[in-house]
Design a protein around this ligand. Structure first.
Ligand SMILES: [Mg+2]
Length: 73
């Protein structure tokens, strides 16, 4: 699962590089392609969390709260 996650992260990176013009893509990258790759990555993250019995929504809300507190200071 971890290698799947890294593979999907690489696919997100490839689309972003294409959108930003860092790497001339073989075919133009689109925001729809980015949405698909981000969704693939999110799916793997959910699968990984489920495998380890992690309540991801609760952890995510805590992370958002931590970031908000960091930026409010
Ligand atoms: Mg993908």
């Amino acid at each position: 699962m971890l290698t799947d996650l890294l593979e999907e992260a690489g696919e997100v990176a490839a689309v972003v590089k294409g959108l930003e013009g860092f790497k001339p893509p073989e075919k133009p990258k689109t925001k729809e392609m980015l949405a698909t790759e981000l969704s693939d990555l999110l799916y793997i993250i959910f699968v990984l969390a489920e495998h380890y019995g992690i309540e991801l929504e609760e952890a995510f809300l805590q992370t958002v709260n931590d970031y908000m507190l960091r930026f409010i200071k």
